[in-house]
Design a protein around this ligand. Sequence first.
Ligand code: NAX
Length: 325
Amino acid sequence: MKTPVHIAVTGAAGQISYALMFRIIEGALAGPDQPVVLHMLDVPGAMKDLEGIEMEMQDCASPLLAGVVITDDPKVAFENADMAFLVGARPRGPGMERQDLLHVNAEIFSTQGKALNEVAQQGVKVLVVGNPANTNALIALKNAPKLSPKNFSAMTRLDHNRAISKLARHSECAIDDIRQIIIWGNHSSTQYPDLHHALIKGKPALDGVDEIWFREHFISCIQKRGAEVIAMRGKSSAASAANAALEHMRSWIVGTPDDDWVSMAIYSDGSYGIAEDLIYSFPVRIKNGDYEIVQGLPIDDFSMDRMRLTEKELVMERDMVKHLF
Ligand code: NAX
């Protein structure tokens, strides 16, 4: 039997984590022969919920579940963590401005960044799902000086998957026919889902779809898909978000295929002229657990304008929480 990996999930009593954790313990993340110890973190009032979830996990009789930790203390949650899914966050309450939301979450993620810094494995892979995800990830990494900024990422994989699915339905092709989708920037309504480099069966996607459809329909559809799901379900995306979180981390572990890439919000190194010191979504290729931004893609003015717009929003968000760095 392999040595168990330690996987921390925050917001473990919430709806995304509920859809995520049972897939983790059945081997969908670390593999069918890899035991896991699951560390569940939530607020003190949710401890009973977590005990109930642990009971359900026991009732799955999963041979891969090597242990469960239930806690409201980030230092216990992140002890020896090889991977951390930072899902828990405060939702926007009545009368709360975006700035208030940034502030309450900034405090959560600075505390969690410090705890990761102290007790997680040096190579810990951190995925921030909780919104505002990009800026929360930036705050966490700024509070973890012993770790590399490369340990931290935020999730745009759900947007990436939404873009693939939308294009496949529009083009009447299979999901597997599509390659090289990109989500640039922030996981927010300013994100830029880009089809200029996308391929369908090896041919440029934009050769087969109307440019007007792409510019005037596709982009805003992906940007607003989360709100559309809320309007229908009365709740935000959960199973699809959990699936994307799992795929994000799985790609980080096993790598990307030679003929494709994925979108990940990561610490900007200035590629494509995007400001450094932001968590910005780029196309990345991954090998041996290491991701690199795909370089050298030609960017036209239409795309650059949209990449700048979402960059500007991230700079604004960073300015609002700078005091916590
Ligand atoms: P829920 O409200 O169902 O669950 C959130 C959980 O986090 C709750 O159990 C709450 O007690 C816990 N929590 C709050 N503060 C905490 C803290 N300081 N430490 C530990 N746990 C804490 O939300 P859910 O639907 O699961 O969504 C979680 C987050 O994902 C939200 O911020 C949401 O906006 C974000 N999303 C991000 C997406 C992305 O693509 N990046 C898409 C889906 C989702 O909207």
